[in-house]
Design a protein around this ligand. Sequence first.
Ligand code: HEC
Length: 451
Amino acid sequence: MDFLNEIVIPANDTHLQVLKFVLFISLALFLPYMGATIGGTIFSVYFNRKGKNNRRTIYYRFACDILDKLIFSKGVGLGLGVVPVLSATFVYMQFMYETKTAVVGLMIVSTILYYLGITLVYKYKSNFDIEEVVDSLKSVIESDKHEGQIPEEVKEYEAGLKQVKSTFGGWGLVCLIVASLFFVGGTTLISNPSAWEHASPIIYLFSIPVLINFLFFICASLAFTGIAVLFYFFGWQGGIKDRSDNYKAYVKKFAGSLAFYSTIILPVLFLASFLTYHTHAFSSSLFIIGALALGTILLTANFLYALIRNSEIKYSGAMFYLMIATFSLMSLKDVSAINAALKEQFHKVHILAEEYEKKHNKVAVVDTGINGEEIFNAKCSACHKFDQKLVGPPYKETVPKYNDNVKKLAAFIYNPVKVNPDYPAMPNQGLKPKEAEAVAQYIITHLKEVK
Ligand code: HEC
């Protein structure tokens, strides 16, 4: 992917620090949102199937509610789901500057698939609303005094709708899951330099480290989905109101067990994912972050246990925020591992950045805050062109002898002296020293561009 090196420039040290921060923020936004989206979609698709034949079952209601509560609008989906992966991709691109690995390729595929997945899932979601409209239409016809028969077209339309809806839901889910595998693959690969030369990125996706991290991500997503359901259905703003007790009890039991069982598997997968790290990735901060994350996971499990035993729902808020904290710690852990594993790579990028700066900044750009181009247009262009003789000589003949020395050229412009006998003397333009410098800078830079 050599073209990538064309669109990014090597990052210098401060720039690299900023990029690490951007990466952290992107992951911390992305992981919980995508976790809830994937979990919500899995269960919506599942319950939609289960309640397919009767729209008034709690299954069907739940299939609809879970998406409503967990994934908000499409704008949020793109903002919290696709934009962060895109910026993580861009950060990886800069980290991997001039290094041949599949990291960026995996990330790009992942971004595209997430975009596709989110789009399909929102289409799926909006079909619930259409179904509802068709449904109320049907009940109007049914309750019609004249014992209205449901017209064939409505029945057909409804059957088609159902079909399309499950297609959207199913494929959306597949896209999101495959996208996650690519995403986890890219993030695992970047923190493992010894695998950079790995023969095939696709085979790498099925290597032990990637699979463990992927399982961890899915398991964390399920745990978070369960907790988010508890929070949004029962905690947030007093919870849902217009649903039967039967429904509430079912949702509480389902979400509670889902969250509990996924949360108790999490520490095992978490430790396993630690073991898959390359030795280069370890650092003391990685262990501290890991210990904290383990702490938040265990605390969450503890609250969930209370919930399962006593049907105690009041901690749903605490659990929700603990899970958000866990995801932030996971993001920090990834950044820290990448930071340690890429020490050599960063050094290489640092050297490239210095070379790049030397090459491109031969002309030290002095930013005086004064616009040299404007001064040129106002005060010089009447007598000068870059490549043609007017009253004064063309710059392309006279300026090169200043050898990019802005100060020396500015000195002439500030106080012109007689130079070439073929021309009259240049009248003093009455510029201030700073203005002379700005216009000198402009002429030198622009001359390079037109050449
Ligand atoms: C009224 C016409 C006129 C204006 C306006 C004018 N110049 Fe000149 N400029 C000349 C002439 C004539 C020469 C040739 C002078 C000589 O060779 O002694 C010259 C020469 C120069 C040179 C070449 C110096 C060298 O070392 O050979 C530079 C650079 C230059 N002008 C820059 C500027 C800039 C910058 C401005 C605007 C701030 C400007 N000029 C405005 C007429 C003008």
